[in-house]
Structure formats: structure tokens, C-alpha cells
Design a protein around this ligand. Structure first.
Ligand code: GTP
Ligand code: MG
Length: 246
């Protein structure tokens, strides 16, 4: 309308949405339409190391960018980034989600040699819930491994598309194990650990000057992380989250 001046800034109605900047938070990003991406990039089924490596490279880049990410857990086409306070941008949700998703997309695209996009979401949790959250995602990694091998086995038996997916839904874990072993001659409990348990990129502690107790951290990739449900796994997560004494 002529003469009527819109305050456009006031239309950015989610710009004030924040998570508490003095608490940790998880941002989970997930590849958009990776079913198609995996075909475009000609990824091996059920697992291709190129994809998980591209997620690892994205995690390394995010940590190197200076964002306070202390732990990144990846499997399939997703990464959970654990951020320690003080959070950047005062905890602004739009900034956190969009910057982490786009840093991930640009790195993965470069590594896969095809254009990709990632969505992102915020997971609010208490510090003591972080290992339970990671355990939930790690159980999903295991379910994903089982289902991905089983789908391939069903296709080898002649099932296609929707029929294969439907058949898969009706099967319990022991049946899936048997099917995979019988058809593909694969013991799914023995496939590489990264396929079953996911991969962690973290800032691992080391003693720089042993006598003086000077602690530093370096970016480390764990291709065989512990089970987060165990005591060892919980300690492993806590170590990454602990603040270093100066
Ligand atoms: N070939 C191959 N495909 C993979 C691999 N890891 C993940 N994928 C593909 O990525 C998909 C990830 O699942 P989803 O995130 O549920 O599916 P999506 O197609 O990305 O769908 P949206 O996330 O809803 O956009 C799987 O269904 C596979 O198609 C891999 O190692 N090899
Ligand atoms: Mg996806």
C-alpha cells in the first residue's frame, strides 16, 4: 500500500527463538532425499565408505570452523553435533540449524561429487541425558544396518520395491539375521564396526607436557566407538564433554 511502511524485520518472526545459551544442545542434521543421492553418486549397497567418510569430513570441518562442537556422531546420512556452552549467536535456533546444515551439505557435496542438502533440528537435553540420546541414535544405527542388509537379501530373493519393504516390516531381528546369513553369507554381527555402531569425531584429550599436566585436545576419528549404553561408553562420552582445567 502506498504510504504504508512495513517493518520487515518484525516479519522475521522466528529470529528470537533461542535455546538456553548456557546449556549444551544437540543439532542433528539428516541428508535430504539420500535415497536418490545414493543412486546419483553410485554408492555401494548396503554401505559405502565414501558416504560415511564425507560425514566424517563434514564433522571435522565443523569442529575446525571454531563452533563449540565437542562430539559428532554419524551413521547412514545423519550427524548429531553436540555443542557445549556458551553457544554461538546467543543460542539462536535459526542460525544454529541453518549454519550446521549448510556446512554439512557443502562438505558432503564436495566429497561425493554431487549436490546434496541436509535438514536440521534442535534436540534439547540435560547434560546427563547426552549419552542416553547418543545411545538412542546408536541403536538406530544397528537397526539401520540390519534392515539395509536384509533389504539387499530380500532383493536377491526376488522381492522388489514396496513388496520388499513390506516383507521387511513383518520380520523380527533373529529372522533378519538368518535371512542375511542364508542369502548373502554375511554374519551381520561381524560386519565393520562403523556400520553397526556409527562413527565418532571428537576432540580427544592428550597430555602435551606430561610433567606439567598440560592438557590439549586434538580432533580424533573413532571408527569403532564403544557402545554408549555401557559404562565404558558413558565415560567415553563424558570425557569429550568435560571442561579442561587450565
Ligand atoms: N547405497 C547406499 N545408500 C545409503 C547409504 N547410507 C544411507 N543410504 C541411503 O540414505 C537413506 C537414508 O535414509 P532416510 O534419511 O530415511 O531417507 P532419505 O531418502 O534421505 O529421505 P529424507 O531424509 O526423508 O529426505 C537410505 O534409505 C539409503 O537409501 C550407503 O552407505 N549406501
Ligand atoms: Mg535422509
Amino acid at each position: 500500500m502506498p504510504g504504508f511502511k512495513v517493518d520487515w524485520k518484525s516479519r522475521e518472526i522466528f529470529s528470537k527463538l533461542h535455546v538456553p545459551p548456557d546449556l549444551p544442545v544437540v543439532i542433528r542434521v539428516d541428508g535430504w532425499n539420500f535415497h536418490d543421492v545414493s543412486e546419483r553418486a553410485r554408492l555401494n549397497r548396503p554401505f559405502d565408505k565414501r558416504l560415511i567418510k564425507s560425514l566424517v569430513m563434514a564433522s571435522v570441518r565443523v569442529i575446525r570452523s571454531g563452533l563449540p562442537v565437542v562430539f559428532a556422531f554419524s551413521f547412514s546420512d545423519e550427524i548429531s553435533y553436540v555443542l557445549e556452552p556458551p553457544l554461538p549467536w546467543g543460542g539462536r535456533v535459526e542460525k544454529l540449524v541453518s549454519v550446521l546444515a549448510s556446512l554439512t551439505s557443502s562438505t558432503v557435496s564436495r566429497w561425493l561429487g554431487t549436490l546434496t542438502s541436509f535438514d536440521g533440528r534442535v534436540v534439547v537435553l540435560k547434560r546427563e541425558e547426552i549419552s542416553d540420546y547418543l545411545n538412542w541414535r546408536q541403536m538406530e544405527a544397528w537397526r539401520n544396518a540390519l534392515n539395509s542388509y536384509a533389504l539387499l537379501a530380500l532383493e536377491a530373493e526376488g522381492y522388489r520395491g514396496r513388496d520388499a519393504a513390506e516383507k521387511l516390516r513383518g520380520m523380527k531381528a533373529p529372522e533378519l539375521h538368518d535371512l542375511i546369513f542364508k542369502t548373502l553369507k554375511v554374519n551381520v554381527a561381524k560386519v565393520p564396526a562403523w556400520q553397526r555402531r556409527g562413527v565418532v569425531v571428537r576432540r580427544k584429550r592428550y597430555l602435551k607436557r606430561v610433567n606439567e599436566g598440560v592438557v590439549r585436545r586434538k580432533i580424533t576419528v573413532d571408527w569403532s566407538p564403544p557402545l554408549f549404553s555401557t559404562e565404558e561408553g558413558r565415560r567415553y562420552v563424558l570425557e569429550a564433554l568435560e571442561k579442561d582445567k587450565r
